[in-house]
Design a protein around this ligand. Structure first.
Ligand code: BJ8
Length: 390
């Protein structure tokens, strides 16, 4: 019998439900592995029979507690994640048997050192560049180390056959998610930006794999039918926006709702949890499962990488495929890598794609909502007037 946290009764209903769900899962004998980043080859813990769950904090509530250990001028995602871990307020942290991190940004790396004191945390050594044979070999070796560490932490043996099965399973999910988010390529989009975001985000918290895939199939079919019947939720003249930058799980209402209320249609998220991690599949034909995983996971275009050409290439393609009218770059406060890279993205959008671009910097508080609304409204108005914002 697993214990719930002492303060369980003080949680709201949604959180209590999350705890009960996670507890039941653990009591059924399942292991739970918490992950932070799109670079995590989740197929490895999946091959161990574990459920994987994203444990990046999306609420400002535990930040004051985190700030007793971490500096205030740190990314809210890092503070929120750590805060949840030390306050027993996140069911997935609480019931995780193991956490997997990577050496991505400096803030996360140093936070993992503290986190390791609370929970068994394995940190993968992710290279800072994607080019060269040495980099590839390093990341491939890290896949093998992760397999060994997962076996030790969960007390299981993982065969290559298990990994192959997990690769197929995860690819099927990615294909379905892709089919879903590609409905936004239609003009007008078949989905609102919120519908797009919610399904991508919430799919990470559905632990029955078959149920998840069946639900996605049903949803895609119903959205297609809605569109064919002419019940499109988006006005055809609305400017089409692509969102790029830091993860927005903690600010989805503030960003998505405010942009769409301001008169635009969000058609694509070049973000983690959306297109950035689902676009490329793992090669199921490759006999060497570690090569297959390395090829996929070394190619992710995150600003933590030096010379992050993969992000620019993806943006280049998405702007055309989704017929984007404007790009909004969302940077979480103190996220230096995305903040510095903004300049490159702005130059690319303005000079190569001739697309209006704006960058905003924000945190998990709601205090800047109205200020952002004013900026979004002005940006959308300029797109409608055909002015290229530089
Ligand atoms: S692959 S985006 S999930 S590192 S924590 S970098 S916001 S300062 S989350 Fe990320 Fe992996 Fe990249 Fe994706 Fe900035 Fe905050 Fe760091 Fe962050």
């Amino acid at each position: 019998m697993m214990n719930l946290p002492d303060k369980f009764e003080s949680f709201n209903e949604a959180r209590r439900t999350g705890f009960i769900k996670a507890k039941e899962l653990k009591e059924s004998g399942k292991k739970m592995v918490g992950v932070f980043c799109t670079y995590t080859p989740v197929e490895i813990p999946m091959a161990a029979g574990a459920v994987t769950v994203g444990v990046c904090g999306v609420s400002e509530e535990p930040i004051p507690e985190a700030e007793k250990v971490l500096p205030r001028n740190l990314c809210p995602l890092i503070k929120s994640s750590y805060g949840h871990a030390i306050t027993d307020t996140c069911p997935y942290f609480y019931f995780s048997d193991m956490l997997i991190g990577e050496t991505t940004c400096d803030g996360k790396k140093k936070m993992y050192e503290e986190l390791g004191k609370v929970k068994p945390t394995h940190v993968m050594h992710l290279p800072n560049m994607q080019r060269g044979e040495y980099t590839y070999k390093l990341w491939k070796e890290e896949m093998k180390i992760l397999k060994e560490e997962t076996e030790k932490a969960l007390g299981v043996t993982i065969s290559e056959e298990d990994i192959k099965e997990a690769i197929k399973d995860k690819n099927e999910e990615r294909r379905l998610l892709k089919e879903y988010y590609e409905l936004a390529k239609l003009k007008p989009s078949a989905l609102t930006g919120m519908e797009l975001h919610q399904v991508l985000y919430q799919s990470g918290f559905k632990f029955d794999r078959n149920e998840l895939k069946a639900e996605l199939r049903k949803l895609i079919d119903s959205m297609k039918q809605r569109y064919e019947e002419g019940n499109c939720p988006v006005d055809k003249d609305k400017p089409r926006i692509l969102i790029t930058g830091s993860p927005i799980g903690g600010i989805s209402e503030k960003i998505i709702k405010t942009i769409e209320d301001s008169g635009a249609s969000i058609v694509a998220y070049e973000l983690c949890g959306a297109i950035r991690n689902n676009d490329l599949l793992v090669d199921e034909e490759n006999e060497d499962v570690y090569d297959a995983l390395t090829q996929k996971y070394i190619s992710i275009g995150c600003s933590c990488m030096m010379h992050n050409d993969n992000r620019v290439e993806m943006l280049d393609r998405l702007v055309d495929e989704y017929q984007v009218d404007g790009v909004i770059d969302v940077v979480l406060q103190a996220c230096h890598t995305f903040n510095v890279e903004s300049y490159r993205i702005k130059e690319f959008m303005n000079n190569k794609k001739n697309i209006p671009y704006m960058a905003i910097e924000t945190d998990y508080s709601k205090s800047d909502t109205e200020q952002l609304r004013t900026r979004f409204e002005a940006f959308i108005e300029m797109i409608e007037d055909g002015v290229c914002v530089k």
